[in-house]
Design a protein around this ligand. Structure first.
Ligand code: 3H9
Length: 694
């Protein structure tokens, strides 16, 4: 057999094992090996049936994503599956770990499936901008009906073995993977069961309520705004209910190809790999062992502190929240409880789960009670003096070896570390609001943060189910440093001729969850005002409108008025703001002009790219894809555009530079191109040439 597919007889059952670590992806060698193995099965007089199993930690994680966009080396997966389906001898899939994408499609082509109790199955192609393209959209509905199939395929969510058994995806749960599967295969042979081909089942896909797909489509389209793949997934599932199997397969193929050739697929696969690359820190090798985090403390019971604590409790790590006064502590703990209760009410978690999480969260007003925690995360007001006081105190009370982390969103980690005698243990762990929901964890290394400290918070990020990225230390790190130019240009556009709702509409249509002014109203106009006061310096022209809103007591959603007026959360443009904006332009002697959508988009987005280039050049970000991950998981940049740096590169760095140069001529030095951008354009190179990971 091939190197990656082994064929071995256990009695009269052939055990075909795929060995393609780490996840048994269906690379060319695996497809070829499987084709040969099933041919051998059918000519092997010593074998009555086969068990297909994955070696190592998992079944098959799907097609080899690295092969997409490259010339396909035969046999294709379809050919292999056709050979399996044509097999005269039964094939039983034995699933452990995960059977995902093409991996589940292989299993669905087997005649039966058994799984261990910890196994999971899923068709996550939608997350890569694709649909299951090897029969998954045609076979799964035939087993479980269109509702469950559409739910799984359009979300990419996994189902556990128990759920898969109940739905009929799996035929039996076994204790011993290979032993159980072989016993199942022997039973099939003994009972002379006719081969069960999923493609021939029709019950679950016949007589579907004619309202089902139109209604499903209408709901789905609202949830997946901007994404192409989910709607294609649904169209393919519908084909399973309206067309014979062979025709449905053709429809699936055509829809798959459209997605495969679409820029969204490239962007989403870029993000898949970028997320995994972000975890690799060039000077922190696998020899550096992260510390085990068995307990945590959080300083500050505000919105961020409470949200951060929930992350620990959700993964079973006990956490103490410290607040010096009892009343704000009680209030903070109350908010945490309410957040959990809302999740139960929404059905996204169970009462038992939140009871367990809540039992792990406690409060204290004394520093003496947190000293034994393995990590402490400070989440107090964003003010250097206060942070330094907290860290000086933490230095006194925390046990040796504890990690001292700050949730600062902008401030100098080295200055914070200077308040302690153990700067090697100090690091930034910047969570995003709401901290229990947003996936990004922007870790910030100081000049003295030890490798062990870095490895620990990167590992911790994964443990608490975040996507960790490591940034260097500068004002605002990766995310907020870039954001400054975006909000500045949005504000300048108002002075020049746009209205808040014009800017927000363009940004929303580009794919962000909301534009900068709706965001300002949500975050609180008073909050921005206070940050500006804290920073000091002369007032900046572009903040004049925000300052005037503050003076009017229009703090945003919480006061029912900000850039918009509100009924509940419903925003409507407000003539008062229109007049205020026009008056402010007049105050600065600016003649307002019509600004088109294209200008709004590029004026807001290109500062992200330009500052991103600067950050990359300085080594604040290790690679451009770390910046993309930061924006997708921390700022709602649409993953189907791959993040700001990927988006810019797809557009062409030369075009990006030309636009930035034009804006520099029109608006002056704030648009000065990043030297790296100019260099890369001169050298006709992409961001990869500036990666610090090489
Ligand atoms: C598909 O199947 C299309 C078909 O329908 C149609 C075809 C015609 N390929 O995530 P991890 C790498 S589309 C290549 O850190 P975990 C990954 O990059 C596919 N490589 O581990 C990483 O590499 P490195 C549908 C892959 O334990 C290493 O494996 N399937 C693939 O946290 C470890 O990965 C999916 O979308 C792949 N398919 O999670 C499943 N998968 O070490 C995608 C992983 O160099 N995969 N790698 O950084 C996953 O969701 C997770 O990797 C999995 C393991 C849950 C399997």
């Amino acid at each position: 057999m091939s190197d990656v597919v082994a064929y071995e007889l256990k009695g009269r059952i052939a055990v075909i094992t795929i060995n393609n670590p780490p996840v048994n992806a269906l690379s060319h060698g695996v497809r070829k090996g499987m084709q040969d193995a099933f041919a051998r099965l059918n000519s092997d007089a010593g074998a009555d049936a086969a068990v297909l199993v994955g070696g190592g930690r998992t079944f098959i994680a799907g097609a080899d994503i690295r092969e997409f966009g490259k010339p396909m080396q035969p046999p294709g997966l379809h050919e292999v599956l056709d050979a399996m389906e044509a097999s005269k001898k039964p094939i039983v899939a034995a699933i452990h770990g995960t059977a995902l994408g093409g991996g589940l499609e292989v299993a669905l082509t087997c005649h039966w499936r058994v799984a261990v109790a910890s196994a999971q199955v899923g068709l996550p192609e939608v997350k890569l901008g694709l649909l299951p393209g090897a029969g998954g959209t045609q076979r799964l509905p035939r087993l479980v009906g269109p509702k469950m199939a559409a739910d799984l395929i359009t979300t990419g969510n996994f189902a556990g073995a128990k759920q898969a058994l109940a739905a009929g995806v799996v035929d039996e749960i076994v204790g011993d993977l290979v032993g159980g599967a072989v016993a199942f295969a022997e039973k099939v042979v003994k009972e002379k069961r006719p081969l069960r081909k999923v493609s021939e089942l029709t019950d679950k896909v016949s007589n579907i309520d004619p309202k089902f797909f139109p209604e499903y489509r209408a709901t789905l389209s609202k949830k997946v705004r901007g994404f192409l793949a989910p709607m294609h997934c649904l169209a393919a599932v519908e084909a399973a209910c309206t067309l014979p199997f062979a025709e449905g397969m053709k429809r699936e193929r055509a829809l798959f190809q459209e997605l495969h050739d679409h820029p969204q697929r490239m962007a989403q696969i870029h993000i898949f790999f970028a997320e995994r690359e972000a975890g690799k820190i060039p000077d922190v090798g696998s020899d550096v062992k992260p510390k085990e985090i068995k307990s945590a403390a959080v300083i500050g019971a505000g919105t961020m502190g409470g949200g951060i604590a929930m992350n620990f409790a959700n993964v079973g790590i006990p956490v103490k929240i410290l607040e010096l006064e009892q009343a704000p502590l009680d209030k903070g703990l109350g908010v945490v409880r309410k957040n959990y209760e809302t999740s139960v009410a929404r059905g996204s978690t169970t009462q038992a789960t939140i009871d367990k999480a809540l039992s792990l969260i406690s409060g204290t007003t004394s520093y003496d009670e947190i000293g034994q925690a393995d990590i402490v995360v400070e989440a107090v007001f964003e003010n250097m003096d206060i942070k330094k006081q907290v860290f000086a105190k933490l230095d006194q009370v925390m046990k040796p070896g504890a990690i001292l982390a700050s949730n600062t969103s902008t401030l100098d980690i080295d200055a914070i570390a200077s308040a302690t005698k153990r700067p090697e243990a100090v690091i930034g762990t910047h969570f995003f609001s709401p901290a229990n929901v947003m996936k990004l964890l922007e870790n910030v290394r100081g000049k003295d943060s030890s490798k062990e400290t870095i490895a620990t918070v990167m590992e911790l990020g994964k443990k608490i189910r975040k996507v960790p990225v490591l940034a260097g230390n500068c004002f605002g790190f990766i995310g907020n440093r870039m954001l400054h130019g975006y909000t500045r240009e949005a504000a300048e556009l108002l002075l020049e001729g746009a209205m808040p709702w014009d800017v927000d509409r363009v940004i929303y249509n580009f794919g962000l969850p909301m534009g900068p002014f709706a965001m300002g109203d949500l975050a609180g106009i008073d909050v921005g005002w206070r940050v500006r006061q804290g920073r000091g310096g002369p007032p900046e022209k572009h903040y004049r409108i925000a300052d005037r809103l503050y003076e009017l007591g229009r703090y945003g959603q919480k006061t029912g008025a900000g850039y918009y007026k509100y009924e509940g959360r419903n925003a409507t443009p407000d003539p008062v703001v229109q007049k205020l904006v026009e008056d402010t332009s007049a105050e600065f002697g600016i003649t307002r002009r019509k600004i088109d959508d294209e200008e709004i988009l590029y004026r807001c987005m290109l500062p992200l790219v330009n500052v991103g280039a600067q950050i990359l050049d300085e080594g604040i970000a290790i690679r451009s894809s770390d910046i993309d991950v930061t924006y997708v998981y921390g700022y709602g940049f649409p993953s189907y555009r791959g993040g700001p740096m990927f988006w810019a590169e797809q557009m062409g760095l030369d075009k990006v530079l030309a636009m930035i140069r034009k804006y520099e001529q029109e608006h002056g030095s704030r648009w000065k191109p990043a030297p790296l951008l100019q260099r890369l354009v001169d050298q006709k190179k992409g961001w990869a040439a500036a990666s610090k990971a090489a």
